[in-house]
Design a protein around this ligand. Sequence first.
Ligand code: SF4
Length: 86
Amino acid sequence: MNESKPRCLRCLLSEIDPDKYYSTVIEYINSIDTEHKVNEEIYKSRLEICRLCDMLSDGMCILCGCFVEVRAIKKIGNCPHIPHKW
Ligand code: SF4
């Protein structure tokens, strides 16, 4: 029998431990195959653009609702702003 605590599938952000939430996002990023990720240079440049963007709120892009650190790591990811900022 699995004795680990069941994962809540319907938590609101306000109910989630922010540190755990962040580590879950990082775990997800780390789980993405390298072949699907942009290189470090591109990743950093994308995030720097996000950091300076008015659409960034608490790590999330308010245009698409994605965590920018997740969206920016993916080769298929792009900025939802029209025109695209990256
Ligand atoms: S993804 Fe684009 S619109 Fe969203 S925060 Fe980053 S630069 Fe801004």
